[in-house]
Design a binder for this molecule. Structure first.
Ligand SMILES: Nc1ncnc2c1ncn2[C@@H]1O[C@H](COP(=O)(O)OP(=O)(O)OP(=O)(O)O)[C@@H](O)[C@H]1O
Length: 299
């Protein structure tokens, strides 16, 4: 395991914000650390980076105890928490050069990182003029300069537009598949984590509710089909008669379990063939709140 915590707990005053967390982050994974605002994600990340300290529980990173191997371990971690530390009056490249001098890494590495995060064309533009997504990618490039084995990112897609989100997501996937890094990334968006993570930990009120592979998560976060159709009640009864499952009927749509795209198309034409007018049919993911309910009810 790249990260292995046992019984990790942390209090702010008398508020316990991290409760006996046992996180297991395998090598080469993108571990999505998922939870709503205030769940304790940032606090956990600060504990992993030794920015906050606790005597409660243990943290092992790269199979070594964090407390007794701080410098060795932290030198192999790249991190991005909250806003990246960027000088707006310097260009993207100058920001990287500055850090490269400090870390004594060659200029060639700076150019490599600019290419990797797709900022080559904007390298000589002032970083203050970058979009939020570009700043975030520059932040990731800064974190990668020292060639760390593990990258820890706190909500790196927060506030980004859809293009910015896709760019960051694809970058993280590239880092793991091509560069063999391990990425630990927090998010409050289930759909976001589902699109990139190989492993997931779900935290709420400081407690780990679920941990497993993305396949394990899919098994409990079953997507659904939402169908807007005329004569909903008749349509639902008709579908049931065909041996299909209808989960729910509301004023303007009915929901069914999603099986496959092909089956969704078949349901659409089945309804049309039998004179049920379909206005819209789409696959919908459960949101985090519904998933929490399912997890806690199953526990
Ligand atoms: N410095 C602090 N002093 C006291 N309480 C704090 C401090 N920092 C965070 N907290 C509290 O600890 C809890 C967990 O906060 P944390 O920032 O770790 O959550 P989070 O999951 O990262 O949420 P967000 O996405 O909103 O940052 C919250 O109730 C928060 O109010």
């Amino acid at each position: 395991m790249v990260i292995d915590t046992q019984g990790l707990s942390f209090n702010f005053g008398n508020q316990q914000v991290v409760k006996s967390l046992s996180l297991q982050v395998p090598e080469g994974s993108i571990y999505g650390f998922l939870g709503p605002n205030g769940a304790g994600k940032t606090t956990t990340i600060k504990l992993l980076l030794n920015l906050l300290k606790t005597d409660l529980g243990s943290i092992r990173i790269f199979d070594k105890d964090l407390q007794s191997n701080r410098i060795d371990i932290l030198s192999q971690i790249g991190a991005l928490i909250e806003q990246p530390a960027i000088y707006g009056h310097l260009t993207g490249k100058e920001n990287l050069m500055n850090r490269a001098l400090l870390l004594q890494v060659p200029e060639s590495r700076v150019n490599e990182m600019l290419a990797l995060v797709h900022l080559k064309d904007a390298a000589n533009k002032k970083a203050g003029k970058y979009s939020l997504g570009m700043k975030q990618r520059l932040g990731i490039a800064l974190a990668l300069l020292s060639d760390p084995k593990l990258l820890i990112l706190d909500e790196p897609t927060n506030g980004l537009d859809p293009n910015g989100i896709i760019e960051v997501r694809e970058l993280l996937i590239r880092l793991v598949t091509q560069y063999k890094k391990t990425v630990f990334v927090s998010s409050h968006l289930l759909a976001e984590v589902e699109r990139m993570a190989t492993h997931v930990g779900i935290i709420d009120k400081g407690e780990l509710l679920f941990q497993g592979s993305i396949k394990d998560l899919e098994a409990i976060s079953q997507p659904q089909i939402q169908i807007e159709v005329a004569n909903i009640v008749d349509a639902a009864n008709f579908l049931k008669k065909q041996g299909l499952t209808v989960n729910d009927i509301s004023d303007d749509h009915l929901t069914m379990p999603f099986v496959s795209k092909i089956q969704m198309g078949e349901i659409n034409s089945l309804l049309n063939r039998n004179n049920f007018q379909v206005f819209a049919i789409q696959k919908v993911q459960k949101d985090l709140e519904k998933l929490f309910l399912d997890i806690t009810q199953k526990a």
